[in-house]
Design a protein around this ligand. Structure first.
Ligand SMILES: [Zn+2]
Ligand SMILES: [Zn+2]
Ligand SMILES: [Zn+2]
Length: 84
């Protein structure tokens, strides 16, 4: 099970004492959103700042949209650049 990188708890959502956004942010699993533990990509993340799900690193695909592209053109990344 993953844990919050700020407070080490296994919770998701609000109430993190150390996160700047007050939401727990997990590290790691490229199959799951770091903020809400969902496996979705795109909009509708209840806890992300950007309102888009962001997956963990390590999957050799974009953390914001799940595509294997690199460079610009990401529909969900705040910088429009696919991020690994
Ligand atoms: Zn936390
Ligand atoms: Zn999410
Ligand atoms: Zn992308």
């Amino acid at each position: 099970m993953s844990t919050c990188k700020y407070c080490n708890s296994s919770n998701f959502g609000g109430g993190c004492p150390y996160s700047p956004s007050k939401y727990h942010e997990h590290n790691g699993d490229e199959k799951k959103c770091e903020f809400c533990d969902s496996s979705n990509y795109g909009g509708g993340c209840p806890y992300s700042h950007e309102k888009n799900h962001r997956h963990g690193t390590g999957g050799n695909k974009c953390r914001w949209c799940g595509s294997s592209n690199t460079g610009g053109g990401c529909s969900y990344s705040p910088t429009k650049i696919h991020e690994r």
